[in-house]
Design a protein around this ligand. Structure first.
Ligand SMILES: [Zn+2]
Length: 136
């Protein structure tokens, strides 16, 4: 198992279909960059599954602290078009199970992962893991 895989498991073990891009530690701020990667999303208006991507953007999820550090997750998500002509919801943003929710700016349920990260960041292992991830 590589360091990157270990970190991905720690961070997003509760979130399906999320790819971890990078983790940057600058002083008291930890920035995690990740992307949703599910092939489809379900329209909240009519329940129809869609694969038609309309646009993409980055959601900033302000998370709780990891140790003494503030954690921000920059999650690239996609806006999908609904297939149903009659649906009032022409487009909608995908939700990542366990990580995002509609209109929410905070991620859900990261307490366990953050405890692990705090432990990792406290030691040399954390620094090695952060260095091992690709920078952008
Ligand atoms: Zn719809």
């Amino acid at each position: 198992m590589t360091d990157e895989l270990l970190l991905q498991d720690l961070w997003f073990h509760h979130a399906d279909d999320v790819a971890l891009d990078s983790i940057a530690v600058r002083g008291e701020l930890v920035t995690v960059q990740a992307a949703a990667r599910a092939g489809r999303a379900v329209c909240p208006g009519c329940g129809t599954s869609s694969t038609r991507v309309h646009s993409r953007y980055v959601r900033r999820l302000d998370d709780t602290a990891a140790g003494q550090r503030r954690v921000i997750i920059e999650l690239r998500v996609r806006r999908f078009r609904c297939h149903q002509q009659a649906c009032p919801q022409a487009t909608f943003v995908e939700q990542v199970s366990g990580l995002t929710f509609r209109h929410g700016r905070r991620s859900q349920g990261l307490q366990t992962a953050l405890r692990h990260l705090a432990l990792m960041l406290a030691g040399r292992a954390g620094a090695r893991l952060a260095d091992a991830l690709p920078s952008r």
